[in-house]
Design a protein around this ligand. Structure first.
Ligand SMILES: [Zn+2]
Length: 133
C-alpha cells in the first residue's frame, strides 16, 4: 500500500437508471481487454473485491449472459442493455465494474492497461509473473 491512488467510493449504474451500485476502489488499475465480448461492449474494467461492491438497486432488472467456460457472469440491464458490472472469469470472487458507468468519471482521463483477453491463459500467466516479480 504505497504510493498508489487512494480508494474512493463511486456510484454508478446502467443507462436507464434501474441498476445502481456503489464501488470503493482507487481508479488506478483499469484494464482494457481485447477478448470477443469486451471489445464489443467497450468495457473498461475496474476489479473490486465483493465486499467493496454493493448493488443498491436493480437485482431483478439484471439478466446474465454466459458463454465459453461459463465462469464469467456477464450481467446486464434487461431494459437498456448496458453492462455496468459483471463477475469476471479472472476473479470469480470479485466484481468487475465498468468505469464507463461510474458517475462523474471522464473516461478520456483514464489510461487503461491493455489485457490480451484473446489469449486469456497466456495473459493471466504473464500478469501473475509481472505482479509477483
Ligand atoms: Zn438499464
Amino acid at each position: 500500500m504505497s504510493g498508489g491512488a487512494s480508494a474512493k467510493t463511486y456510484s454508478g449504474g446502467c443507462h436507464c437508471g434501474k441498476v445502481r451500485f456503489q464501488a470503493t476502489a482507487p481508479l488506478e488499475f483499469i484494464d482494457e481487454c481485447n477478448c470477443s465480448i469486451c471489445t464489443k461492449k467497450g468495457f473498461l474494467h475496474l476489479i473490486v473485491p465483493r465486499d467493496r461492491f454493493e448493488l443498491l438497486a436493480g437485482r431483478d432488472d439484471l439478466t446474465t449472459y454466459r458463454f465459453n467456460t461459463g465462469v464469467a457472469q456477464h450481467t446486464f440491464c434487461r431494459h437498456c442493455g448496458i453492462y455496468s458490472f459483471y463477475v469476471p472469469r479472472s476473479d470469480p470472487n470479485k466484481v468487475s465494474v465498468n468505469v464507463r458507468c461510474l458517475d462523474g468519471v471522464d473516461c478520456r482521463q483514464i489510461t487503461p492497461r491493455p489485457f490480451d483477453g484473446r489469449h486469456w491463459e497466456q495473459a493471466m500467466d504473464d500478469r501473475a509473473r509481472s505482479t509477483t516479480g
